[in-house]
Design a protein. Sequence first.
Lengths: 153, 123
Amino acid sequence: MSWETHIADATVEIFSTMLMMEVSPRPPLTERIKTHQDSVTGMVGMAGIYKGMLAIHAPSSVSMNITGNFLGLEVDEVNDDVKDAMGELANMLAGSIKAKLSDNSKDIQLSIPSAVCGDSYSLDYQPQQGCSMVPFESTAGQFLVELQLEQQT
Amino acid sequence: MGKKVLIIDDSSTMRKIVTRSLRQAGLDFDTILEAGDGQEALQLLAKENVDIILSDINMPNMDGIEFLRQKSANAAIKGIPVVMITTEAGADILAEAKSLGAKGSIKKPFTPEQVSEVLGGLM
């Protein structure tokens, strides 16, 4: 099974179980998007037998809608709740990917989730091996899930 | 007297979701206390009596495994049941949590029914 399929399955499960939101994966992007406009990114780093990161990128309006569904309330600005919710989504997605990579939890460590937001920002990463970026459609709009993964020798 | 639960998670979003799930599951807690990590939880447990603890594993300052270790060494609180709520569902880490006294685990993402199923047997 490809990493894109793992990302799609994990994202659909997390959104339907925790947010009561139906999301649909679209074909993976062939070129990585580095710069994000008026967006929020939640991310988690991975280290150990694999290193890399898992990120979820959403336009501000979509991230507010996602947070509203998560918390069951109206969200009208990109505040700490939105950044925390996007970080927690990245954490759950990274946990799911980690489980596919190894049965031994100590083989791969996940960082504490973090989030960035802004009118325009770039995330630089120099992948040596795998890079997957999968777009998703939701009633709130489109968002991206990105996995950068490199096996350590 | 009503039951008290302590939720330990560095994510405020996740603490709110666990709180909502407890209510949706119809579990009868009068007081829901929150802590952002294991250290904060130990400080809170020094002054509050709680009936059950739900704890994340991957947290800053003091993670869930170290919290279990310190709790099990403290006679005043070692008997409080702990259920781990985590994305870290590896058998090895859950076995370590169990060896330190954890009574069960719930994998994120979870439904209120799953929370009810695990906690129901402990209440």
